[in-house]
Design a protein around this ligand. Structure first.
Ligand SMILES: [Mn+2]
Length: 328
């Protein structure tokens, strides 16, 4: 009984559930689900994060479901022997700040880039962290109320782009379970209101700047925008019939932030991004979705035409990967 081990590790301690920085709906909903689950088993925990919740639809979700997520700046009493569970993220990753407490547990659905020892770890590659947290309710036969079920289903739906991205059989089993318990109309309403007027400016730039090389779509957005928005635009460009691999990047802090999507069998978005951005910042992720960055100090390495160099680097890695898979 895995879930029992988690409860045993945490019992009697001050517990924080830490999401990655700039938490998205899956991070917040899975942290919330875990908070409700732990409470049912006698463990009180607080949800915390660094960075900011940068989409208004995500902030709205906190009100709709009554989720209390505390910014690290508003926590002044975290102690070294307080326990942290990383949720939808793993310690040592570039997207999660290192807080004072001790990371004793990790629940995540991303591949591991830098391994870490935890007293409890549940890392399963699936569509959303919400699926793993829901499984705890099922395995332990803990009652799941409508509000929590709705939040978990919303997180699952958002992180899988409505079951179109990274979905496994496990996610579908979880979907069937949550669907019976959740307020499905509420999810549809929320899902239909995730686009903001300012988002359209970024879409406009991406459309204006799109470059297509064979089956690869590239677009640069010349201003900073939230990670979630860059990801939405990457999904949007991937939806073009001629594009099977999309690379969208926005200017950020003098460098660039990337969101990469792949819909082919032959390529791996995470490996391609890691390879293409090696020595420039870094990147990685799943087979179908990845993220990355080029830091400001490395921008001069891109030469006089940074966009061309970026396109060329990705193109070469993708073509080499395609040839390797053709020969295997
Ligand atoms: Mn997630």
């Amino acid at each position: 009984m895995e879930w029992k081990k988690l409860v045993d590790v945490l019992k009697g301690h001050v517990v924080y559930l830490q999401t990655h920085n700039f938490p998205d709906p899956d991070a917040l909903a899975s942290a919330y689900g875990l908070q409700v689950f732990l409470k049912a088993h006698g463990v009180e925990a607080s949800i915390c994060y660094a960075g900011k919740i940068d989409k208004s639809s995500t902030r709205h979700m906190l009100d709709v479901f009554g989720i209390k997520a505390i910014h690290i700046d508003d926590i002044d009493n975290m102690a070294e022997d307080d326990y942290i569970v990383t949720v939808d993220a793993q310690k040592h990753n570039s997207n999660i700040a290192d807080f004072t407490g001790s990371e004793v547990a990790c629940i995540d659905h991303h591949p591991t880039t830098i391994p870490c020892e935890y007293r409890y770890s549940d890392i399963r590659i699936c569509g959303a962290c919400c699926s793993i947290v829901t499984d705890y309710f099922i395995q332990s036969e803990t009652e799941l109320d409508e509000n929590t079920a709705t939040a978990l289903l919303y997180g699952l739906r958002m992180d899988t782009n409505s079951f179109n991205r990274g979905v496994t059989d496990f996610d579908i089993e979880i979907f069937a379970y949550l669907h019976k318990l959740a307020d499905n109309q509420k999810i549809i309403n929320m899902h239909n209101n995730t686009m903001e007027i300012e988002d359209l400016h970024a879409y406009g730039e991406a459309i204006r700047n799109i470059v297509i090389y064979e089956n690869i779509g590239y677009a640069m957005i010349p201003f900073d925008c939230p990670d979630a928005l860059i990801a939405m635009i990457s999904d949007f460009i991937l939806s073009l019939d001629v594009v099977e691999f999309s690379i969208i990047y926005a200017k950020r802090n003098g460098g660039y932030k990337f969101s990469v999507r792949n819909e082919t069998e032959g390529y791996h978005a995470g490996k391609v991004t890691e390879e293409a951005l090696r020595g420039l910042g870094g990147g990685g992720g799943h087979s179908c979705m990845a993220g990355g960055m080029i830091t400001a100090e490395n921008v001069p390495l891109l030469g006089v035409d940074p966009d061309y160099t970026i396109r060329q680097r990705f193109y070469e890695v993708i073509k080499a990967a395609g040839e390797a898979s053709d020969n295997s």
